[in-house]
Design a protein around this ligand. Structure first.
Ligand code: DGY
Length: 327
């Protein structure tokens, strides 16, 4: 009997064809709308596989998915899933690591450059016709090269940020992660620090940790108070890693220089968020991995993981190996 996949993210024609060679596919393009959610609920009881991104798969939805064997997430982050619950239910969860590492690190550096050199603010000045004389000190930015880069979370993306900072910009690299990583230290001349020391010593603090119970609100008022007044916070991890209200206060009081934020407590960010009123904030729409090439690579990876799971093979990017029982 053919398998059934519920897809809640549109695929390129080539990938759709590839998936359809292995399963019947129901595509729900607008799963966040009321109508899309109703279609998802109707489709769930027949689904062997679910493939998509940015949807909180809660217990109530999973209870409907009585045949479900695999969830293939088109993301590296798996904070939208209760991994223990999926494992208990015997449902495989896969993600898309590696293929987005370099692109997400590029985004981190785009935010470092944009905040330090005030690119968005000054480009808006030009566009709005407010560039009427040579700019003076009130519009100057701060250097990136040679400054101290502090990376919180030294996984794949953290390493790719370190690589750019060390080799591209001659930045001394500090890092904090659950344990020291001698290979990273050797490659990037990086030094391990406690979180407190890293916050205190860095000019740029770049967050790359996954969102977990341990990292939720990792950076709050107390931590922001440890940062240098000239320091810049970059968040390419998850919004909830930072206490957003505390960050707003720190930025409003110029307790830190600026923030480059790709992720927010609530996404899309509310249009009346005070963050959007501040000229020392560069806010981007969770675009860390959003290039044509990388999003296609992520989707291909997710499709391949789903095909493996449906074929009874162990998927390459299995997040919960204890749910895997070879036949
Ligand atoms: C990821 O892959 O986790 C990106 O942040 C997109 O959600």
């Amino acid at each position: 009997m053919s398998k059934h996949v519920v897809l809640y993210k549109k695929l390129s024609p080539a990938l759709m064809q590839r998936l359809q060679a292995h399963a019947d596919v129901t595509l729900i393009e607008d799963v966040k709308s009321d109508e899309g959610m109703a279609r998802l609920r109707d489709a769930l009881p027949h689904a062997d596989g679910l493939l998509g991104a940015s949807l909180k798969l809660d217990a109530e939805l999973l209870d409907r998915a009585v045949k479900l064997k695999a969830v293939s997430s088109v993301s590296v982050g798996v904070d939208n899933y209760d991994i223990d619950d999926l494992t208990r239910r015997g449902i495989l969860l896969t993600n898309t690591p590696d293929v987005l590492t370099q692109t997400t690190a590029d985004t981190g550096f785009a935010l470092i450059m944009a905040t330090a050199r005030r690119v968005v603010e000054l480009a808006s000045m030009v566009r709005d016709g407010r560039w009427t004389q040579n700019i003076g000190p009130e519009h100057f930015g701060t250097d990136v090269h040679g400054k101290t880069l502090g990376i919180v979370g030294m996984g794949r993306i953290g390493e790719a940020v370190a690589q750019r900072g060390h080799f591209g910009f001659g930045m001394p690299v500090l890092y904090h992660s659950h344990s020291p990583k001698p290979d990273v230290e050797a490659r990037f001349d990086a030094q391990y620090r406690s979180l407190e020391d890293l916050l205190h010593e860095s000019d740029f603090v770049c967050l790359t940790v996954p969102l977990t119970a341990q990292t939720e609100r990792l950076i709050g008022a107390e931590q922001l108070a440890l940062m240098r007044p000239q320091a810049i916070l970059i968040n390419i991890a998850r919004g909830k890693v930072v206490d957003e209200q505390a960050l707003i206060t720190a930025l409003q009081n110029r307790q830190i220089r600026a923030a480059g934020l790709d992720v927010f407590d609530r996404e899309p960010i509310q249009t009346d968020s005070p963050l959007l009123q501040l000229d020392n904030v560069v806010a981007t729409p969770h675009m860390g991995s959003a290039t044509d090439e990388t999003r296609e690579a992520m989707a291909r990876c997710a499709v391949d993981n789903m095909i493996s799971a449906l074929s009874g093979d162990k998927p390459k990017d299995l997040v919960n190996p204890s749910a895997w029982h070879p036949h």
